[in-house]
Design a protein around this ligand. Sequence first.
Ligand code: NAI
Length: 343
Amino acid sequence: MSTPIPATLIPGDGIGPEIMDATLAALDALGSPFEWDRQIAGLGGVQAHGDPLPKATLDSIRRTRLALKGPLETPSGGGYRSSNVRLREEFQLYANVRPARTIIPGGRFDDIDLLVVRENLEGLYIGHEHYVPIDGDPHAVAMATGVNTRQGSRRILEYAFELAIAQGRKKVSIVHKANIMKALTGIFLETGQQLYQEKYKGRFELDTVIIDACAMKLVLNPWQFDVLVTTNLFGDILSDLVAGLVGGLGMAPGANIGADAAIFEAVHGSAPDIAGKGIANPTALLLAAAMMLDHCKLPDLAARLRKAIDDTLNVDQVRTGDLRGTASTAAYTQALVSRIRNG
Ligand code: NAI
């Protein structure tokens, strides 16, 4: 038995606890080495401690530098700031890596294998927003400031380029809107092109594409892309788009990676519309756990988990409702655990 790896576990809000239970059952069956420190955040944190990101949770991640996290609820419009965004800032998790791979064949798009690498700390997500009151209307004008830096752009572009090489990818597309936001996204495009010329020329093909055209091309012919690297807001939107190409949010994992910490999660949110009904698809969080195993240099365990997911969905045909199946979360988990034990 290898030495246990300390890791923080945040079940999260809404369907979080249901999909986390499923993921822990699968990891237990695999004999995974994580030694969990269970913490709360999001709405759960507000209810228990009046804070969506309690100190104990931050202290735990400071110690473990590794976390598996369920979705955290964030109110729209007013209310507290997103705990996800705060976690990314606190631990400088600058790279958001979101793979989209076809697992169930026969959908609208077959054989998809895309990787979206999103800048996670800059752009329009820095939270510099305010209203200007005019004539008694407190919300007469809304303003937001976006900030992209040369250093921040270079760091994420370098990460994406290195990942492309490590995974044997053929092409990287820099997605931007430098025709309109000439400074804000121009700096990202320019930095990427310079970096490619300096260090990466010939190691893969570099392509540049404007965000709106990219969205259309992804729907018309997604196979023309391989790795997409982009700024924060565009990356957020594109990663949901590519999740849709492979069966929806229930199938899309994500990793938030920094220089010395990493948090793994599903791309989707807390799905309040189906929370507590026992019907959520835990696959996205399970695939995030597989990414976490890879990150901890346990590729054999990651591959066993992915194979068991594949067999449960395709051989046993046990699927949750979002994949037009009839299985409950518990039934899917049970089938997956038997696959892991007998696989
Ligand atoms: P959502 O991703 O929670 O749900 C969108 C739709 O997809 C819903 O119809 C939902 O039922 C369905 N869905 C999502 N995950 C599913 C799963 N595993 N199985 C089956 N169906 C699934 O997005 P929404 O409703 O916009 O956000 C709800 C809350 O989640 C908000 O408070 C939002 O801020 C938060 N959120 C948190 C994220 C995170 O913690 N990383 C990411 C995105 C949203």
